[in-house]
Write a protein that binds this ligand. Structure first.
Ligand code: SF4
Length: 450
């Protein structure tokens, strides 16, 4: 409990990058209301729990945590559940956890100040959107956590309704920020001393500029031209909206990172149709071909779901063969997880859990072999590396390439430790399936970045 009169708050966040950035903005909104952020529940008057409902058992985890928190209620603490489980479960949270005072989904964060006033007067407060909100959540102040990367949400919500996904029901309809407000935030991020920006959206490339000035590709290029910006990343793209113009922008604007995350989910056109992904295997591979014919070498990563209802062994094999054909630099792989309110929940031919587990293991082993081979190509190259942290006990410094690969490196004898957030040339000496190892080039030698 805070000793002084200023109220304190603590935020615990789960889930995707969007959720973590939402928490940075929620914190900004609370600080603007006079609250002070603390780093432990013990020190907080108000405890926020930013939830994720993308996978099974997400709700159970939330209620377990709320039961844990109950013991703190005696100390007069208040609890707020926000994010996707809040939107999904709504007022049911008050029934199951009566000690909770505030329940709000991400489409209602603009109303946080008034909800804080309500709970300060001992009332309950809710912010539950039914996909009507057109507003985007923008704050004057954002309590940024990442020491070297600034996140900018350019579009919120989703209108795609993939058959397995809760996001359209928990984050509301698609709504984009104006290009002017995005560029203004990019300039502010540079003024704050950061040089890397990541544009965020459930479907970042579905961006529609309300001012009609920019497409996603031209906005991306414009952010890349903001003075002081060294690297621009963006996630998550939808293949349906992935255009040649995006690849062209990456080729023309050097600050745009040569990495694209393009979730495919399955290699079978029949499964993709059942998932309501609205592209075929062939259309996906066409987008890959655009990237592979770019002047710059673009790293490609993806998301894949195994065990979607009705997925046959042959269709699973189509996913494996697509991985062989593309040679992804990395994948995020998941077993299909039944989610409330989604069409796939009632689909027939559910795949048994152990079979899903077997397919996931086969897929991850295949990808490990693909990555083991592809990462070898970097050995001997000199890569511009952003320093992401201080020297570790074993002497290496954590770094990251523009292709989003972890590159941990040692320093030449007697070389000063480069500051976090700076860029150094590193010669790659070894490759692991998921990361690279190297040595920073001595300042005296003319190390040319590959
Ligand atoms: S595009 Fe599909 S998977 Fe992605 S957030 Fe929207 S509904 Fe979910």
């Amino acid at each position: 409990m805070s000793s002084d009169t200023q109220k304190t708050f603590f935020i615990e966040t789960f889930g995707c990058q969007m959720n973590f950035h939402d928490s940075e903005k929620v914190a900004g909104s609370l600080v603007s209301q006079g609250y002070r952020q603390v780093q432990s529940v013990e020190d907080a008057d108000l405890i926020f729990y930013n939830t994720c409902s993308i996978r099974d058992k997400a709700e159970q985890k939330v209620f377990h945590r709320l039961t844990d928190f109950k013991r703190l209620q005696k100390q007069g603490k208040q609890f707020a559940v926000i994010g996707c489980v809040a939107q999904q479960e709504g007022e049911r949270i008050f029934e199951r956890a009566p000690h909770v005072s505030l329940v709000a989904g991400s489409a209602s964060y603009n109303r946080l100040p008034e909800m804080l006033v309500q709970i300060a007067h001992g009332q309950r407060a809710t912010g539950l959107d039914d996909r009507q909100t057109e507003d985007t959540f923008e704050t004057d102040f954002t309590a940024r956590v990442n020491p070297h990367r600034g996140y900018i949400t350019i579009i919120e919500g989703c209108d795609k309704f993939c058959a397995y996904c809760v996001v359209p029901y928990t984050r509301g309809r698609e709504r984009s920020r104006t290009s002017e407000s995005v560029l203004e935030e990019a300039r502010k991020i540079v003024e704050s001393g950061l040089t890397e920006v990541q544009l965020l959206g459930q479907n970042v490339n579905s961006y529609q500029d309300p001012l009609g000035k920019h497409t996603f590709a031209s906005l991306l290029a414009e952010v890349g031209r903001v003075p002081g910006i060294r690297r621009v990343r963006f996630t998550t793209s939808h293949p349906r909206h992935f255009t040649r113009e995006i690849v062209q922008a990456i080729d023309e604007v050097p600050t745009l990172c040569d990495h694209v995350h393009l979730p495919v989910q399955s290699g079978s056109s029949r499964v993709l149709a059942a998932m309501n992904r609205e592209y075929t295997r062939e259309q996906y591979l066409e987008r890959i071909a655009w990237m592979k014919s770019a002047r710059r070498s673009i790293a490609i990563t993806t998301d894949i779901i195994v065990g979607f209802p009705g997925e046959t062994e042959a269709e699973f094999e189509e996913t494996l063969s697509l991985m062989d054909e593309v040679g992804f630099d990395g994948i995020f792989s998941f077993k299909y997880s039944p989610r409330p309110n989604t069409p796939a929940l009632t689909m027939e031919n559910a795949i048994p859990e152990e079979e899903k587990t077997r397919r996931l293991a086969v897929l991850n082993d295949r990808q490990k072999e693909i990555q083991r081979a592809s990462y070898q190509r970097f050995v001997g190259q000199v890569l511009e590396t952003m320093v992401e942290g201080a020297r570790r006990p074993l002497g290496q410094l954590p770094g990251r390439t523009s292709q989003n690969k972890p590159l941990n490196f040692t320093l030449p004898e007697g070389a000063p430790e480069p500051p976090v957030g700076s860029y150094v040339p590193v010669r790659v000496t070894r490759a692991h399936p998921n990361s690279l190892v190297g040595e920073m080039c001595p300042v005296s030698t003319a190390c040319v970045v590959s």
